[in-house]
Design a binder for this molecule. Structure first.
Ligand code: AP5
Length: 238
């Protein structure tokens, strides 16, 4: 399944609690449209592995399941969105995560991004992935990921063909530091308090859609693409 690689797609934002499938879906939608997936969690983990100043600051905060301070996030996201591969569009996974970040992103798009890339000017399509709490717990506990290509698996729900091994490049799969049982509930609680209001922020602006994230992975992807296509058709028609 691939989309047109010359089409302007614009910003796509995936919201949802830890374990909802944002990373899984962002990767698939990014491959479909051939636009970059910008996962703030992946970028921070990569910075941590490289031992950069930001990575060192973020590592312990992330292991505790807390949020990295907004001021550190803004520079990192702005640098990434300024790269030329974002011009046709991009898919954000894990950002914005607070209403302040959502306001910052709107201002950045309006006052910098669209000024520099006017042809890509379209409002973000914001899609929340909904999944029941108990299923989230199971998904997070079973998650394993590839340290090389970042593909995501699940020992219960989406196992690799060979145990503990990436189907794509044969690397040994790893579990994340923040997927420990004692941290998972805190992360889900923090989502309710700090990130759910982000969905309300976009709802008030009539920009929010939701998908049922409990369907099979392929069905969720189809639904997300349908929502993006509808939104872009409406934008052209208006
Ligand atoms: P981040 O990496 O963004 O983690 P998260 O938001 O907690 O989300 P997850 O990665 O846990 O879940 P997901 O929704 O991507 O689910 P996945 O696709 O893996 O952030 C980590 C940390 O970084 C934060 O806690 C914070 O410290 C920091 N951070 C990041 N961004 C920040 C920001 N903006 N501000 C401040 N701090 C920030 O799927 C989960 C599992 O379910 C997988 O095993 C998968 O195989 C399986 N699965 C997925 N979909 C399905 C399906 N349809 N059917 C069956 N199984 C499925």
């Amino acid at each position: 399944m691939t989309g047109a690689s010359s089409q302007n797609v614009g910003p796509i934002i995936l919201l949802g609690p830890p374990g909802a499938g944002k990373g899984t879906q962002a990767k698939r939608v990014s491959e479909y449209y051939r636009i970059p997936q910008i996962s703030t969690g992946d970028i921070l983990r990569e910075q941590g592995q490289r031992g950069t100043e930001l990575g060192i600051k973020a590592k312990d905060i992330m292991a505790r399941g807390e949020f990295v301070p907004d001021e550190l996030m803004y520079g990192m996201v702005a640098d990434r969105l300024r790269q030329v591969d974002c011009e046709r569009g991009f898919i954000l996974d894990g950002f914005p995560r607070t209403p302040a970040q959502a306001g910052w992103l709107d201002a950045f798009l309006e006052h910098e991004f669209f000024d520099n890339v006017p042809r890509s000017k379209c409002l973000p399509v914001v899609i929340r992935i909904d999944v029941d709490y108990n299923l989230l717990l199971r998904r997070i506990a079973g998650r394993r990921s590839c340290p090389v290509c970042a593909r995501i698996y699940n020992v219960y729900l989406q196992p690799p063909r060979v145990a503990d091994t990436c189907d794509h490049d044969g690397s040994k799969l790893i579990a994340r530091d923040d997927d420990r049982e004692e941290v998972i509930r805190d992360r889900l609680q923090r989502y309710e308090v700090q990130t759910r209001p982000v969905a309300q922020y976009y709802e008030r602006k009539a920009r929010l859609s939701a998908v049922n994230g409990e369907m099979p992975v392929e069905r969720v992807t189809e639904e997300i693409i349908r929502l993006v296509e509808n939104s872009r058709r409406e934008a052209v028609g208006s």
